[in-house]
Ligand binder design. Sequence first.
Ligand SMILES: Nc1ncnc2c1ncn2[C@@H]1O[C@H](COP(=O)(O)OP(=O)(O)OP(=O)(O)O)[C@@H](O)[C@H]1O
Ligand SMILES: [Mg+2]
Length: 313
Amino acid sequence: MNEQVIAQDTINHVALDTTVDLETAFQESHVQDILNRLDEELVGLQWVKNKIREMAALLLVDRVRKSLGLTAGTPTLHMTFLGNPGMGKTTVAMRMAEILHRLGYIRRENVMLVMRDDLVGKGMGETAAKTREVLNNAMGGVLLIDEAYTLFRPDHPGDFGLEAIETLMQVMENQRDDLVVILAGYKEQMEHFFHSNPGMNSRIGLHIEFNDYSVDDLMIIAHSLVKSQNYSFSPDAEKAFREYLIRRRVMPHFANARSVRNAIDRARLRQASRLLSLGSRQLTKQDLITIEAEDILASRVFREGVPDCPPGS
Ligand SMILES: Nc1ncnc2c1ncn2[C@@H]1O[C@H](COP(=O)(O)OP(=O)(O)OP(=O)(O)O)[C@@H](O)[C@H]1O
Ligand SMILES: [Mg+2]
């Protein structure tokens, strides 16, 4: 008996007017809690959040259909996240893993994070074994490959990256019921990667683009970070921080929200030194809360026109 006949048989056993309560199934899955958390953690990114919500809806309906014998084959769950550093890709991957786990598509909500060097060996014949070991360790959960395009280096003949790609593709096909692979990286490089590796492209079910934040978005992120740490910008600090972002954004190694977080950390350090330098003066709660313009304007971005080190800051 082939699969289609079995499916047809099962359908025949469940009456067509059998009802299901999708709302209850949704509530019982607690997926909304995860979507809410994503909303709280990441400011903006509405497009990305909508995609995740759509995917969650598809998976929930798929599960409910299955309960009535309406099999349609597991949806392709491998994904790609296209975007620049510090856009929230890792955060979204973690919430996606939770959703997949709650809906029963993976056994563990773990996200294993790897890069080229974790998959590719140095010597002949090492790569397949190395990649396979990573895949085995990630099995049952989500494997996030950061900067996945680095696996394909056409300008390095005989590069072992191809061996990793081959091994990955086999497992992504044959064990797709037990492992979800997310390939992340810069948009242009990833598009080139998929163009050159159509086999990989055809195994991806969902492409999500993370478009760079505007200065306004970054200011909203900054406000939410500052507030969550019980600080606040003075009106002049607010202006200075906006100016900081305008300058920093076009400098090398800018990493979106991560750079905002790091800039705020440095402003806190400078605020602390400033407060300490006041000597014996009594400090108010307001003093301890407020980040002043000078705490931001002391950055090398203003003084020398270069980012504060280290790279990615
Ligand atoms: N929209 C956002 N709102 C608030 N915080 C954010 C947002 N996007 C990212 N962040 C914060 O920025 C930091 C970097 O996020 P994350 O690691 O998820 O980004 P990423 O895209 O995976 O970066 P990378 O490419 O460098 O690995 C985290 O601290 C995260 O909480
Ligand atoms: Mg990341």
